[in-house]
Design a protein around this ligand. Sequence first.
Ligand code: R5P
Length: 309
Amino acid sequence: MKSSTLSKSVLLYFEAEQDSATRIAHAGNLALAQIDSHHFPDGEMKLRLPAPLPAQVVILRTLNDPNEKLIELLLVAQTARDLGARHLTLVAPYLAYMRQDIAFHPGEAISQRIVGRFLAGLFDAVVTVDPHLHRVATLQEAMPVTNAVVLSGAPLLSDLIAARRQRPLLVGPDEESAQWVAMAASRHGFDHAVCSKVRHGDRAVDVVLPDLPVLGRQIVLLDDVASTGHTVAKAARLLLAAGAASVDVAVTHALFSGDALQLLQTAGVGEVWSTDCITHPSNAVSMAATIAQALTQIQEEVQKSAIRR
Ligand code: R5P
């Protein structure tokens, strides 16, 4: 078990996220320690945390492919408390299950609320990036945790776009992307608009372009997440058919399941850029410094409230 001095506060990570953890710990001057995990032949797992733990513990787990990770977090959080942690922060740069925020059909589980409450029961604070909050206004509504911090990848993606493209036009592939598109556009004064989308199935979407000229424009499609890639691929095809000079894609969360990247390429997309919230070859900007800053603030607030008590 690799660990440095476990004094004031420690960042715990799983092996697969060692690089992200190292970037965050370095930016925030945090101690770092790995959680060891063993998978039994029958599919169960055994986790081992460094012991003892300091009072403030941060756990990094980005929640793409979330199902097994949610069980891991249940085991980790309860074990961390047994080992001395009194304040637990979850850093989940990608927060899963946020898109199912209502029962679209009778009987459907409202996963956002259920997973949100599950995590709020385990942690005192949560730090995440661009959670898919559409019909709820704040993360705290979905996840009633004492301290819910929402960061955004839009500013850094906007800086990257400003450096790579001339007078780009930012286009959101659906109405839900409007918040991130507006944020990224305002930072550098980019023109921007959003499409409208009707989803018929996992891989079947209809997209209607916004009513503005795209002829000869360098377009960047910007969204919080791309999963199968069908949403941005459909928008890219329409934009190129309407005369756009180029279409690139920028997303906070690079889920890109299956052949998504191939699909984008076939649709005529040039570059694909993402943040490192999910490790992926398209990662072009790092959220580490922003996350570290949020952790420092949480740490200071916890220390202040401990002094007051
Ligand atoms: C939903 O509104 C999200 O912002 C994305 O547009 C959506 O999840 C993309 O899914 P896919 O890549 O599978 O079309």
